[in-house]
Design a protein around this ligand. Structure first.
Ligand SMILES: O=C[C@H](O)[C@H](O)[C@H](O)COP(=O)(O)O
Length: 291
C-alpha cells in the first residue's frame, strides 16, 4: 500500500475524521494571524490543530514583520510545531507578564461542566502551565471524550510524581479510595516506569465517577467519604500529597472567569469542540454550562 493510500485510509477512520473536523473548527473560531503567543498542547488530536493553524496562516498571512510564536507543552508538541514550519517558544521565554492569546489542546475526557482529565500522554504539568498562562484555553476532542461526569469512559486520573516519592503517593491514593493505582510503565520495547518531560513518573489512579459542582449543589456529598469525590475536592486533595507535582484534573476557573476576578488565566477550557461520528461538530461553551 502506498503512503498516500495509507493517508486516505487514516482520513476515513471516523475517530480521526472527528478529531480533524473539531480541530479545524476550533482554529477557525479562535485563531487569528495577528496573534503573537499561542499555546499548543500534546497528543494525537492537537496534530490536527497545528495542521489547521498552518493552513490558516497560508491563507491569511500575518501582518508585515509580525511573528507568531507557538508555546509547546513538551518535547512532542515542540516537534509537531517545528515539523509544521512554525516557530516554537519555550514557556520560560515568554516575556514578562505577557499572556498567550489562546492555547489549543486535547483531553482524555470532559464532563458537562468542562472539567477535563488530561495526561493520557504524560504531558499534564506543562499543559496546565500553558492553559493557565492563556487568556483562552480551547479543547479539541472526539465524541468518545464527551461525558456527563469524569471517570466514565476514561478510568483513571494521571498524576505526575517525583520518582523518589512514588511508593508513598501510591499508598496515599489508596487511602483516598483509589482502587489499584499504578505506576505507568513502558508497554513493549523497554521495561520500567515511563518518564515525563520533567523526568518524573506518572501514576494512573482509578476512582469512582467524579461529581460535578452541580451534583454537589444538588446534594451529593463529594467529600470522599464512602469513596465518592467531586472533581474539585479530589484534585485539591491529591495536589496536597507530598511528592505530587501536578494532577491531571483541569477544573475551577476558565480564562474568562479568572480575568473577571483579577487573575490572569484559568485551567478550565472556555470551550470544548467535539468532533461527532456523523461528521458534525458540537461545541460546549462555558457560557452554556448550568450554574
Ligand atoms: O498527556 C497528554 C495530553 O493531556 C493529551 O492532550 C490528552 O491525553 C489527549 O490526547 P489525544 O488527543 O491523543 O486523545
Amino acid at each position: 500500500m502506498s503512503s498516500s493510500e495509507k493517508k486516505d485510509e487514516k482520513k476515513e477512520d471516523p475517530i480521526e475524521a472527528a478529531k480533524r473536523k473539531a480541530a479545524f473548527r476550533a482554529v477557525e473560531d479562535h485563531f487569528r494571524s495577528d496573534m503573537t503567543f499561542v499555546g499548543i498542547g500534546s497528543g494525537s488530536t492537537i496534530v490536527y490543530g497545528v495542521e489547521a493553524i498552518k493552513e490558516h496562516l497560508r491563507k491569511n498571512p500575518p501582518p508585515p514583520n509580525h511573528m507568531n510564536w507557538f508555546v509547546p507543552t513538551g518535547w512532542n508538541s515542540r516537534k509537531v510545531i517545528e515539523e509544521a514550519g512554525l516557530l516554537p517558544l519555550g514557556f520560560d521565554s515568554i516575556p514578562g507578564d505577557s499572556m498567550l492569546e489562546v492555547a489549543f489542546d486535547g483531553a482524555d475526557e470532559v464532563d458537562e461542566e468542562l472539567n477535563c482529565i488530561k495526561g493520557g500522554g504524560a504531558c499534564l504539568f506543562q499543559e496546565k502551565l500553558v492553559a493557565c498562562r492563556s487568556k483562552k484555553f480551547i479543547c479539541i476532542a472526539d465524541y468518545r471524550k464527551n461525558q456527563k461526569r469524569l471517570l466514565t469512559n476514561w478510568k483513571s486520573i494521571p498524576i505526575e510524581v517525583a520518582p523518589i516519592a512514588h511508593a508513598s503517593v501510591l499508598r496515599e491514593l489508596r487511602i483516598l479510595g483509589s482502587t489499584d493505582p499504578k505506576l505507568r510503565e513502558h508497554s513493549l520495547a523497554k521495561t520500567g516506569p515511563i518518564q515525563t518531560d520533567q523526568s518524573f513518573y506518572i501514576i494512573d489512579a482509578p476512582f469512582k465517577q467524579l461529581y460535578t459542582s452541580l451534583d454537589v449543589k444538588n446534594g451529593k456529598d463529594g467529600s470522599g467519604k464512602d469513596g465518592h469525590w467531586s472533581v474539585e475536592a479530589l484534585a485539591k486533595r491529591i495536589k496536597e500529597i507530598n511528592g505530587v507535582l501536578e494532577v491531571g484534573l483541569f477544573y475551577g476557573l476558565n480564562g474568562d472567569e479568572a480575568q473577571a476576578t483579577g487573575l490572569k488565566g484559568g485551567q478550565k477550557p472556555v470551550a470544548v469542540y467535539f468532533g461527532l461520528e456523523n461528521g458534525d461538530t458540537y461545541v460546549r461553551r462555558a457560557a452554556d454550562v448550568e450554574q
